[in-house]
Design a protein around this ligand. Structure first.
Ligand SMILES: [Fe+2]
Ligand SMILES: [Fe+2]
Length: 305
């Protein structure tokens, strides 16, 4: 008779690097917007630069960088992402803000991002009238501003023509001063974006350099087993939103994993590990072309790989 499989060690908490978690979530999000990789990273870099002009503390600037990475965590599909980057004021934009806020509310270490994400497509005219702390309203509005800058710049990244169009982008943002965007934030953006270096940081090499610098700065935190499960849910929601086929496939794999684990005598606490493993498996497929996810034949081919 073979020996029973022992359950994994199951502490009440686990040490994680929150920065690594944020970067991993950002990478997963990039795979949703597969035709426009690194949107969140560019938004984070621009927000961070504006925060320096606004003379915010290093901690506040770092928060804005991380908020930029995850601001579109509620985007459910590449199609939604396409609307968001091709239309300045898309009527359907509020849904992903609400979805993103709900997702983040389920993971306590990122709770400070909930309200800024909820309002990151709300014009300043409306936002300034809401019962929100000024700091939170400005965080949301700064992300909105640089998000729109990236949407306007998106057409020029591939051809290397961005520097020829920065004047027009700056003028357009200035035209929304006081309506869509807070005057002080528009002024900070105009000052920060005067230098060519601001725009060069948005190129792949600039992004890689910024991320490399940031990865050297650890942000350790302790997550409970419950929070780890919430994190697994965050990853799985990003992946499952890719198409109805992934969601169905993931549910099937999760159910089979649990059944096999129970039959093998695993401790119930091992369910978290099985869930995380299932997320990692599906994340590995995230980089495949969108049409592979959205047609039954494409999904069958990809799943068999
Ligand atoms: Fe957004
Ligand atoms: Fe965005």
């Amino acid at each position: 008779m073979s020996a029973p499989i022992l359950p994994p060690a199951c502490d009440d908490s686990i040490h994680v690097d929150l920065r690594e978690v944020i970067h991993a979530l950002s990478d997963a999000l990039d795979l949703v917007g597969i035709d426009d990789v690194a949107h969140g990273k560019r938004v984070g870099i621009m927000a961070w630069n504006c925060a320096l002009v606004l003379q915010r503390s290093r901690q506040q600037a770092d928060f804005l960088f991380d908020l930029g990475l995850l601001h579109d965590i509620g985007v459910s599909s590449t199609r939604t992402h396409q609307h968001l980057v091709s239309e300045f004021d898309w009527a359907g934009s509020q849904q992903h803000c609400q979805d993103g806020a709900s997702l983040l509310a389920g993971f306590a270490p990122l709770a400070a991002m909930v309200e800024p994400v909820r309002y990151h497509h709300t014009p300043w005219q409306t936002l300034s009238g809401l019962d929100l702390p000024l700091e939170v309203a400005e965080q949301a509005n700064l992300i909105y501003l640089v998000d729109r800058v990236d949407a306007m710049a998106a057409a020029y990244y591939q051809g290397g023509e961005l520097l020829m169009h920065t004047g027009a982008i700056r003028e357009r943002i200035a035209s929304y001063r006081g309506s869509h965007f807070a005057p002080q934030l528009v002024d900070a953006f105009l000052q920060a974006s005067r230098a060519e270096a601001f725009w060069l940081q948005l190129e792949p090499r600039g992004i890689a350099g910024m991320l490399h610098d940031r990865r050297g700065e650890r942000h350790p935190c302790t997550a409970t087993t419950t929070q780890l499960k919430q994190l697994a849910t965050l990853f799985s929601r990003i992946v499952d939103a890719k198409s109805p086929f992934t969601a169905r496939h993931s549910q099937g794999v999760a159910g089979l994993s649990r059944w096999l684990a129970e039959r093998a005598g695993c401790h119930p606490a091992a369910a978290t590990n099985w869930k995380l493993l299932r997320c990692c498996m599906t994340l590995a497929n995230c980089g495949c072309r969108t049409r592979s996810w959205t047609s039954p034949a494409g999904w069958m081919r990809m799943s068999a790989a």
